[in-house]
Design a protein around this ligand. Structure first.
Ligand code: PGA
Length: 264
């Protein structure tokens, strides 16, 4: 059964300037408008450009996302941005626990969990990112690491928030490297992750959970990933900066969904 609507996110990371962010948003919105009814599409610009990008996206079906969030509602947290501030700008989705935040900035599971809980409680949709490093994969710890990050990330998240949760499986060794996990490897990891969430919330509640793959997804490899029953879209970094590539990835998700439906 693969009747989950795909979700494709474009994580722009610390790229673009104001003018190019607006232009990229406009191109994505124009290209994805006719597809957005069949695939959730969300872009994650840098914080300073959220408002301008939000205006540009308008009501063309592409959602506005934020790359990070802080868990407290307000106060002495220099440099941080709250859920309420993001909601003010019509942000719809936030990332929690992206591998660059975990491994470059040094966020631990407790902080990722606090952010995910706060954002879900505020009514935002959350993409919880998990994934093993190359070292962990080579040591045979892939499942252990992913299950650990899922369990820790979802600690004390009430089941009623599950419909607004998406998990992104992003093996660290595949991000920005050009090395994509094989569709089979990604599927296997997604199955393990779904089982871990089912252990927390029950199988019925977990059936609708969408699990995206992330890590060097491009127009050329998207379809092979998306036809897999377990792969409900992608979180895209580098290729999301090219509107032609990004829209082609969204189209691949829509087309693959028809294949998945046909074979289920
Ligand atoms: P990439 O990044 O597509 O450039 O590998 C993916 C991500 O970091 O979400």
């Amino acid at each position: 059964m693969a009747d989950r609507r795909p979700i494709v996110g474009g994580n722009w990371k610390m790229n673009t300037d104001l003018a190019s962010a607006v232009e990229l948003a406009d191109d994505v919105a124009a290209g994805a408008e006719s597809l957005a009814g069949r695939c959730d599409v969300v872009v994650f610009p840098p914080f300073p450009y959220l408002q301008a990008v939000g205006h540009t996206l308008g009501h063309r079906g592409v959602h506005l996302g934020a790359q990070d969030v802080w868990h407290a509602p307000s106060g002495a947290y220099t440099g941080e941005v709250s859920c309420e501030m993001l909601l003010d700008l019509n942000v719809h989705t936030v990332l929690a626990g992206h591998s660059e935040r975990r491994h470059v900035i040094g966020e631990d599971d407790d902080l990722v969990n606090a952010k995910a809980r706060a954002a879900l409680a505020a009514g935002l949709r959350v993409i919880l990112c998990v994934g093993e490093t190359l070292e962990q994969r080579q040591a045979g710890r892939t499942s252990h690491v992913n299950v650990g990050q899922v369990m820790a990330g979802l600690r004390d998240v009430p089941g009623e928030h599950l419909p607004r949760l998406v998990i992104a499986y992003e093996p660290v060794w595949a991000i920005g490297t050009g090395n994509t996990a094989t569709p089979e490897d990604a599927s296997a990891a997604h199955r393990v992750i779904r089982r871990a969430v089912a252990d927390l919330y029950g199988r019925d509640a977990t059936r609708a959970l969408r699990i995206q793959y992330g890590g060097s997804v491009k127009a050329s490899n998207a379809r092979d990933l998306f036809v897999q029953d377990e792969i409900d879209g992608a979180l895209v970094g580098g290729a999301s900066l090219d509107p032609g590539q990004f829209v082609a990835i969204v189209r691949a998700a829509v087309e693959a969904q028809a294949v998945r439906r046909g074979s289920s």
